[in-house]
Write a protein that binds this ligand. Sequence first.
Ligand code: ATP
Ligand code: FE
Length: 373
Amino acid sequence: RLVLGIETSCDDTGAAVLDETGAILGESLHSQKEVHLRTGGIIPTVAQQLHRENIERVVQEALERSSVTPGQLSAVATTVKPGLALSLGIGLEFSLRFVRQHNKPFIPIHHMEAHALTVRMLQPVAFPFLVLLISGGHSLLAVARGVDDFLLLGHTLDEAPGDTLDKVARRLSLIKHPQCSTLSGGQAIELLAKDGDRTRFPLTTPMGQTYDCCFSFAGLRNQITMTIMKQEAEEGVKQGTLLTCVNDIAAATQHTIATHLAKRTHRAILFCKAKGLLQSNSPTLVVSGGVASNQYIRKALTLITEMTGLHLLCPPAKFCTDNGVMIAWNGVERLREGKGILPPNVDVCYEPKAPLGVDISAEVKAAAIRLPS
Ligand code: ATP
Ligand code: FE
């Protein structure tokens, strides 16, 4: 059985063909990151236009590289939620035309479910497991109980950590830094933080008095902006000038984000243990999303999993970010279980906002679990 996966939820046009064992027969990915880096953020109409220009070629390439014809496919799986409306629309419109033309079943995919399940393509990981998804658009903790069966323990109340890192990097004009001109905000901050003193600019970890598993980064970003403004005044330079203390600000930013993520994850682990929500023999935490490639953040999470006896799994960076492979894999998993397979003539709408699974964050909050100090 062969599945074509198509991803256009944000700024990557991706396609891939997988067989039912998860072997990648062919893939293609067109990234818009460079364009958006130049404009200082994603402009939805620009993203839409780039998806429109590239989708046909990307899908063709994935098929050619896999030496699979449309007729040989068992199904087409496409991201339909959540994401940028204009971007989702292009992938969905293309896919619906494609499945009608070739008379193939259609499998609508939840982008975050795909991120959460990707690890199972690479190694056997049994349900249920805990998953932390941290990217440019998302921040959530969930229990994956099965394909199509998730408990949402916590989510961000404002922005996502990757977005925060990108905005801080932009405010610091890191694009002007000789070592950072081609890096994403998160990569730039990770690199600069290596030579920084994280204690020079103390930042308060968010939500210290809220005993749940939700996240917040907007207030932290405000703290960082204030710090930057104070330093600009002290150095007597205008906004947009590369400060001499960027390494220290990067280190403090990265450390505080890592601490926040680790604390929420720690509470989620304790909640899951108390409720018996994880595998008893080998409880596992899966971490994915673009921010998961940050080594400092991984180390912070490793400390927590070692302390609580969990097994930490993190797919290689290539599989942590957006691509067609993870969408095709989600299609394979759904096809295996016969979940959410639709006929070719179906009419499906995209959903820019769509929570993952059943939201039990209120129950988590009510449990008010205190972390050991
Ligand atoms: P989503 O997956 O939520 O739709 P996205 O496309 O922005 O959103 P990804 O492609 O998974 O997400 O990840 C991109 C984000 O990851 C960016 O915000 C980027 O700054 C961040 N990132 C990439 N590398 C690192 C790193 N080494 N450390 C921290 N953050 C990183
Ligand atoms: Fe993503």
